[in-house]
Design a protein around this ligand. Structure first.
Ligand code: BES
Ligand code: MN
Ligand code: ZN
Length: 488
């Protein structure tokens, strides 16, 4: 990741490109504050030049103006902030959109007087590329991003760098192909990262899972030659104000199992996006030294069809001792998560956030960008509000009691799918709720759509893994720490 820093607006610029902001007004586009010295270097002609290019200042509009030797920097880039340049998300998107077009440049400077933390975050996220599998890197990597601003903005920019690193880490993990990222290697990578950060980590391998009777994780993992794992990472600061349990789904590839999928298979390397999110978030929470105890629990398995697969009709004895009849091997996430939630609760957290690419029904209900939030209403709404401050799309959803009856099994305590398909996202949430004691503030975030961008790149979001949920998890921990996310 490139470095990012705040520099005084008067500092002489050594940049390959300078980014200015443009906003929409009823009288046409206007330069956002912060561009004055850039405009002056160009003899006050910047606005006219942008007008000549047809600039409007709308979001996602990025225009480039060469400075033809008039300034110390060869290129000015304008990026649209729309009609509200004070919105942090507008700043994030504008910076991201600009940086996405500037690959190949080594030093980029932002001369935009907007939320500095949001600009830094958007710029770092927009600059992301995944080149690990390209034989020859296409372009030199971006090295430094500078932002004109006061020294008081430094803390917000440092936080943004930690947050962006966590998001990019999830993108890398999701983008890594499933022949390289499978439970064993995923767990090893998580353990390596946790140790580097000085956190305690425990990895249960298949043998330990059998000994511990994790029937849900073992059932789902049975079809793959690559055995399942359960990773637990703990962060225990002095004087913690709360204890937050994070649980994330880590299916490294979801073929559906014997209920083999017929669609969306190229999407299913993202089925570990929840696990990656909780792992990256606990690292970030520790790096920010938030006074909140956190435990991240990530069940990892590969859901494959084979002679050793679990079958529709099998009954699994779960880690909590209850039994679940398998109605559909493709509803595997809730099975590994039930065991992980039970394990996470043994540490007696006072808050729980579980995050998973759980249902196609999430996409039907909310589209590809909005996560669904379900759980104890008050904590659910707190987490929804945290997502709002972080700039992530989210919507609160109910867990209607009448959906519980569909999970009754004729032979076991529960079945993993009802016969009726209605409200599939909520049903999955309701299933998970069966493993949470009444009264615990818990929330389930379904990120099936948001975790992976199948469309073209936009604002600060690349194609492929997006890192969805990370910013929400960090913001929720900040809330528990009594710390509002810093801005400006
Ligand atoms: N991993 C999928 C959910 C998913 C679908 C994620 C599309 C991303 C994009 C999950 O394991 C799954 O297969 N869910 C089933 C549940 C059904 C069998 C009750 C689904 O949504 O079809
Ligand atoms: Mn599935
Ligand atoms: Zn799945």
């Amino acid at each position: 990741m490139p470095s990012v820093s705040i520099i005084a607006p008067t500092t002489a610029l050594r940049a390959d490109a300078v980014v200015v902001g443009l906003r929409t007004t009823k009288n046409g586009p206007k330069l956002v504050d912060g561009a004055a010295s850039i405009d002056a270097a160009l003899g006050g002609r910047l606005h006219d030049a942008l007008r000549a290019l047809g600039a409007s200042g709308r979001p996602d509009e990025v225009l480039k103006v060469p400075t033809l030797g008039l300034a110390d920097f060869p290129l000015v880039v304008s990026t649209g902030l729309g009609d509200d340049p004070t919105s942090p998300e507008a700043a994030r998107r504008a910076a991201g959109a600009a940086l996405r077009t500037l690959s190949g440049h080594r030093r980029v400077h932002l001369a935009i007087d907007a939320d500095h933390g949001a600009l830094a975050e958007g710029a770092l996220l927009g600059a992301y590329t995944f080149t690990a599998y390209k034989s020859s890197p296409a372009k030199p990597a971006l090295r430094t991003i500078s932002i004109a601003g006061p020294t008081s903005a430094r803390a917000a920019v440092r936080r943004a760098a930690v947050v962006a690193e966590a998001v990019c880490r999830v993108r890398d993990l999701v983008n890594t192909p499933p022949n390289d990222l499978y439970p064993e290697t995923f767990a090893a990578r998580a353990a390596e990262l946790a140790k580097e950060a000085g956190l305690t980590v425990e990895v249960l391998d298949e043998k330990a899972l059998k000994k511990g009777k994790y029937g849900g994780i073992l059932g789902v993992g049975a079809g793959s030659v690559r055995g399942p794992r359960l990773v637990r990472i703990t962060y225990r600061p002095a004087r913690a104000k709360a204890h937050l349990a994070l649980v994330g789904k880590g299916i490294t590839f979801d073929s559906g199992g014997l209920n083999l999928k017929t669609a969306n298979l190229l999407w299913m390397k993202s089925d570990m996006g929840g696990a990656a999110a909780v792992i990256a978030s606990i690292l970030a929470i520790a790096a920010l030294k938030l006074p909140v105890s956190v435990t991240a629990t990530a069940p990892m398995a590969e859901n494959m069809p084979s002679g050793t697969s679990y079958r529709p009709s099998d009954v699994l004895r779960m880690y909590d001792g209850s039994t679940v009849e398998v109605g559909d091997t493709d509803a595997e996430g809730r099975l590994v998560l039930a065991d992980a939630i039970t394990r996470a609760l043994e540490d007696e957290p006072d808050h729980l956030i579980e995050i998973s690419t759980l249902t196609g029904a999430q996409l039907v209900a909310l589209g590809p960008r909005m996560m669904g939030a379900m759980g104890a209403p008050e904590w659910r709404d707190t987490v929804v509000a945290a997502a709002g401050t972080a700039g992530e799309g989210i919507w609160p959803m109910p867990l209607p009691d009448e959906l519980r009856a569909g999970l009754d099994s004729p032979v076991a305590d529960l079945q993993n799918v009802p016969t009726e398909r209605w409200g599939g996202m909520l049903v999955a949430g309701r299933f998970l709720g069966e493993f949470v004691p009444a009264g615990l503030p818990w929330v389930h975030l379904d990120i099936a759509g948001p975790a992976f961008n199948n469309g073209g790149p936009r604002d600060y979001t690349p194609k492929g893994g997006t890192g969805a949920g990370v910013r929400t998890l960090i913001a929720a921990a900040e809330h528990l720490a009594g710390r509002a996310a810093p801005s400006r």
